[in-house]
Write a protein that binds this ligand. Structure first.
Ligand SMILES: [Zn+2]
Length: 251
């Protein structure tokens, strides 16, 4: 058991509704495409996820952000430093994502000075280094999920534009040259190639001296089971899972 705040990062509308209905989840990172007036009453628990790439679509993204801001949504995630200006300009409180690659106390200070209200540290840090960071703002880490190995602008399965949200056309998998099947997660503007082993730390939250832990859902259909495992500190089932890089050199 741990008293760390749990946040969910969702991909589909079903996951969004389940996460919002789950009292153990303090905040939900949700793609902008899923949000509308319907969710305005729960805006205080939502953190908008803008598209990963801004090039070419920045005006459109800015209009979408302004519309959602008017509906009462107030927090959004900066994937990159390019998002920080855009989110500030559109009146959002800015939460930092792991792609900002915050790896040391100087970077923490920098992002705090940029006005970020919290940050998810880099997934490349060990747990010892995370614990040694000076933390001027609320700090979290990626604690569950099929983590992206690669971020592309084109869908590698169809060799074309990303095929969109949950109804995408490319199927979910590609096979690498070693025969590993890798999940492919297409969004409107980007494509992530996901690690075939899921990061699981349900029994390890107590090792992390952070304020919150982020459970990132991609193709899960039963997110409640995962959330319960984290609430109860369960050891992962044997099978394919990874501890990420957090314990490298230790175990
Ligand atoms: Zn695709």
């Amino acid at each position: 058991m741990s008293d760390m705040e749990l946040r969910a990062w969702v991909y589909s509308a079903v996951q969004l509704d389940e996460a919002l209905d789950n009292a153990d989840i303090a905040a939900v990172y949700a793609p902008m495409r899923l949000l509308s007036e319907k969710y305005a009453g729960r805006a205080d628990r939502l953190i908008l996820l803008p598209p990963e790439f801004l090039g070419g679509a920045e005006n459109e993204t800015e209009r979408g952000l302004l519309r959602l801001r008017e509906l009462g949504f107030s927090r959004a995630l900066a994937h990159t430093s390019g998002h920080i200006g855009l989110l500030g300009r559109t009146g959002f409180e800015i939460c930092g994502g792991s792609r900002l690659n915050c790896t040391n106390s100087e970077a923490m200070r920098f992002f705090a000075d940029c006005g970020l209200c919290d940050i998810i540290v880099s997934t490349e840090l060990t747990v010892q280094r995370i614990n040694r960071l000076k933390k001027p703002i609320k700090t979290g880490f990626m604690a569950y999920g099929a983590m992206p190995l690669m971020l592309n602008r084109r869908c590698p399965v169809r060799d074309g534009r990303p095929c969109g949200g949950a109804d995408k056309k490319c199927g979910r998998q590609m096979t690498d040259r070693k025969g590993n099947r890798l999940n492919v997660l297409c969004s409107e503007d980007s494509v992530e190639i996901l690690n075939s082993d899921t990061l699981v730390l349900s029994d390890k939250l107590g090792d992390f001296g952070t304020d919150f832990a982020v459970l990132r859902f991609t193709y899960e259909t039963d997110i409640r089971r995962v959330i319960n495992a984290y609430v109860n500190g369960e050891r992962p089932d044997s099978g394919r899972f990874t501890r990420g890089l957090y314990y490298r050199g230790v175990q």
